[in-house]
Design a binder for this molecule. Structure first.
Ligand SMILES: [Zn+2]
Length: 287
């Protein structure tokens, strides 16, 4: 499943082609992805100009000059391919060793800049919607979301308020989208390792200095992953039958039984299950 850094990488790849572009032709090759495409999807987009391409949590947002916003979510296996003007590019291609199968090409956007952007999604857990821009913030997908982890509102003071009195583990709390938006399993594991905090620790017991470390660690792991062009998930790779090449960058995720990479630590990475999700950490240096 693409996590926030992958979605941001895709956004940066699509931005030069879609932001400011007018859609000259839109093709929906099927009526639904995970959910039905909105009524009049093709008509409402054809001729519209995408003013910007933004990201909120793991959603891509393209506000249109017509008052709607094109909302796109990659689900488990969604990806884009850009053709035209220059050689074909696939933003976020690092997830996938296999080329896109044309039978999974579901939506095509053609722009006045001569580009063609195709959305592929073999498992069809991705989705697209058109939501009135002035109602976006109140929409159920966005209304309860916490601050962006790379934005200024995600800071130690915010976490202190959100974690106050909380018995739930810091791992589960950081995955709560109401506390911080778009943070997934891999990057929470990596950030807690970086901050040397046990994922089992109740959120309410983390002191002010440690909260600052958590914030810094979250930002650092996300920024490094975005710089590296994203990451690769083991289950994703297994589903696609091919391994991606950023997996080795993780310090603890997927490294059960391996020595802790900390220079002065002789611990071993363990895997536990918290709230139904795998947690990887080093019990020796994460306290
Ligand atoms: Zn360690």
């Amino acid at each position: 499943m693409p996590e926030l850094p992958e979605v941001e990488t895709v956004r940066r790849g699509l931005e030069p082609v879609l932001a400011g572009a007018t859609l000259t032709r839109v093709e929906a090759r099927r009526p639904d992805l995970r959910f039905p495409l909105p009524e009049g999807f093709v008509q409402r987009l054809t001729g519209a100009r995408i003013e910007r391409l933004e990201r909120r949590a793991k959603y891509l947002l393209g506000p249109l000059d017509r008052g709607d916003t094109l909302v796109m979510h990659l689900g488990m296996s969604g990806r884009f391919e850009i053709a035209g003007g220059q050689a074909a590019r696939r933003p976020g291609e690092f997830h996938y060793a296999a080329p896109a199968d044309p039978k999974h090409a579901h939506v095509v956007f053609e722009t006045d800049g001569g580009a063609s952007v195709t959305y592929f999604d073999p498992r069809r857990f991705g989705y697209m919607a058109l939501i009135a821009t002035d109602q976006l913030a109140a929409h159920p997908w966005f209304a309860g979301l916490g601050p962006e982890p790379l934005g200024a509102d995600f800071n130690a003071q915010h976490l202190a308020r959100a974690f106050a009195g909380r018995r739930q583990s810091v791992k589960a709390s950081l995955m709560d989208q109401r506390i911080v938006a778009g943070l997934g399993n891999i990057y929470v594991c990596e950030a807690l390792y970086r901050a040397r905090i046990s994922p089992l620790k109740p959120a309410g017991e983390i002191g002010a200095r440690a909260l600052t470390k958590v914030v810094t660690a979250v930002r650092t792991v996300l920024e490094e992953a975005i710089d590296a062009g994203g990451s690769t998930l083991r289950d994703y790779a297994a589903a696609d039958g091919a391994l991606g090449y950023f997996q080795h960058r993780f310090s603890v995720y997927g490294r059960e039984g391996e020595p802790c990479p900390g220079p002065r630590c002789s611990g071993k990475i363990v895997r536990i299950v918290q709230a139904g999700r795998s947690t990887f950490y080093c019990p020796a240096c994460q306290r």
